[in-house]
Design a protein around this ligand. Structure first.
Ligand code: AMP
Length: 176
């Protein structure tokens, strides 16, 4: 049987020069629409985290919501949304972070996590690490018990992993 890494490498589509020249965009829609890949990926991630006592999966908008919520359901955990500014309706806390040009912001509801939570942060892809670093800053404000971090894809050449500190584990299923 093909490994999950083989399946993902074959099914993720590379789109050159999207959204701007020079970017090799890793398009996961071609993996998600394949029923076997979606099931195998969900089962693989579940097996990886099932014994860690995860109580909340935190997903980064928007592609982190897809496998993140499947994982929350399979783990019997809750799901918490990290969103772009102005999208969450109740009281929020936010963090600003640097982009290549300018800054961006992400927000979380003030009442979304508790100190006894064991959190799994999920996003589809780790590039420069700016959004994951901001997400971890937000999560750390809740003084949660443990934070684990998961990406489906990691772009090793951008060294984003260096910006992720103070967490229990970091794992990516495939690397480019
Ligand atoms: P970063 O904050 O630089 O680590 O960027 C990570 C976020 O941007 C993730 O939410 C990704 O969905 C998106 N992203 C960045 N680079 C790419 C890429 N080459 N292909 C697909 N998504 C990307």
């Amino acid at each position: 049987m093909n490994t999950i890494q083989d399946l993902l490498e074959k099914s993720i589509r590379n789109v050159a020069d999207f959204p701007k020249p020079g970017i090799q965009f890793k398009d996961i829609t071609t993996a998600l629409k394949d029923a076997e890949v979606l099931k195998r990926t969900s089962d693989y991630l579940y097996n990886q985290y099932k014994d860690r006592g995860i109580t909340q999966v935190v997903g980064i908008e928007s592609r982190g919501f897809i496998l993140g919520s499947i994982l929350a359901y399979k783990l019997g955990a809750g799901f918490v949304l990290l969103r772009k500014p102005g999208k969450l309706p109740a009281d929020t806390i936010s963090v600003e972070y640097e982009l290549e040009y300018g800054t961006d912001k992400i927000e979380i509801h003030k009442d979304s996590l508790l100190p006894n939570d064991i959190v799994l942060l999920h996003d589809d892809l780790l590039a420069t690490g700016g959004s994951a670093e901001a997400a971890i800053k937000l999560i750390s404000q809740f003084n949660v018990k443990e934070t684990h971090v998961n990406f489906l894809i990691e772009l090793d050449f951008l060294n984003g992993r260096k910006r992720i500190n103070g967490v229990e584990s970091i794992d990516s299923t495939i690397h480019f």
